[in-house]
Design a protein. Structure first.
Length: 340
């Protein structure tokens, strides 16, 4: 059983699943927990069960040989404590049935509640093997008493690179709704975008990386009278169905401004110039590893942020940094091979 946030029309989780399926042994038949089961079945050619129906998932786990928590940050309580209990229960059930449990390419946290930290401290020893996607997750695991793990980079860095051809291309936005920016916190970033457009003359493409969450963000901001006229005049929203479609768009971009972690990663793999806006430590960690400009959305906007973005136009990221991050994904491959 491959368990994760799949079939939710999030391009980042789709990319994680694609990488994981490619690295499974050829004689392995994955059963994937998914929301949009038909889409996952047609896209990946795998069997599925409804990830939102816990009794069904537990019943299907009984017929599986192993449990793999496949990428992302599944052991966290930012979504809800119920989500953390869900994955913990799957791990406990699998171990009670004598099955191996692998935490593959995982991020850990945030764990904001004492009960969450106590729960994770209890379930981490249940894992047969663990590979973390970043050092911060490994350090948190160690503080919770777990040291049986390997550390690599995010598994999506294993995605194939593309050739960048976006010189003088549009600016692509992988932005997401954020409660912390509602209602007026968006203003300085939209104004920086307006100044950037005035100086560069580039088109703005809004890419909903998580279709259900991000679609229509431009319209919602405009309805709230937050979008400056130059931004609105040069903007359009473009949807894609698969990570490969996003990479094709990124490969033609002069700059990608990414809030989404896997938007940042896929844009860099497409060779596009990138700058990050971090709502979560995982985004900041990826930006620092890549060496691209970073704005922390929990801090005050940097002075002349638009100038930083303007300087980044048509300047692809360092290839040596991308190569190192790609090599960091080999850890997950080796850990997976040792369990399934």
């Amino acid at each position: 059983m491959v368990c994760g946030y799949y079939g939710e029309h999030n391009l980042g989780d789709d990319a994680l699943l694609e990488v994981l399926i490619q690295e499974l042994p050829k004689d392995c038949s994955p059963l994937v927990t998914a929301q949009d089961e038909r889409w996952v079945q047609e896209r990946f050619g795998v069997a599925t069960c409804n990830r939102r129906r816990l009794p069904e998932v537990l019943a299907r786990l009984g017929s599986c040989d192993a449990l793999v928590l496949g990428g992302g940050s599944l052991l966290q309580d930012a979504t809800s404590i119920q989500s953390l209990v869900y994955y913990s229960l799957l791990m406990l059930t699998a171990r009670l049935q004598g099955k191996p449990v692998l935490l593959w390419g995982q991020g850990l946290g945030p764990l904001r509640r004492p009960v969450s930290r106590a729960l994770v401290r209890g379930v981490l020893p249940l894992a047969t093997a663990i590979s973390w996607r970043d050092a911060a997750s490994a350090h948190l695991a160690e503080r919770l008493g777990s040291r049986n793990h390997e550390v690599g980079s995010d598994p999506v860095w294993a995605y194939p690179r593309q050739t960048w051809r976006g010189d003088k291309g549009p600016i692509v936005l992988c932005w997401r709704p954020l409660r912390a920016l509602e209602p007026n916190g968006w203003a300085p970033y939209l104004q920086a975008l307006a100044t950037l457009v005035d100086h560069s003359g580039r088109e703005l493409i809004w890419l909903p990386f998580h279709r259900l969450q991000d679609r229509g963000l431009l319209h919602r901001l405009d309805q709230a009278n937050l979008v400056p006229k130059p931004v609105m005049e040069r903007s359009r929203e473009v949807e894609v169905e698969e990570p490969s479609g996003a990479m094709a768009l990124f490969a033609e971009a002069g700059l990608v401004l990414a809030m989404r972690l896997h938007g940042l990663i896929l844009a860099a793999l497409a060779g596009s110039p990138v700058a990050a806006l971090s709502y979560d430590p995982k985004v900041a960690a990826a930006a620092l590893a890549l060496g691209c400009p970073l704005q922390d959305l929990e801090a005050s906007p940097q002075p002349k942020l638009w100038a930083q973005w303007l300087q980044q136009l048509d300047q692809p990221p360092p290839q040596a940094a991308i190569t190192a991050l790609q090599e960091g994904t080999l850890v997950h491959r080796h850990v997976l091979a040792g369990v399934v």
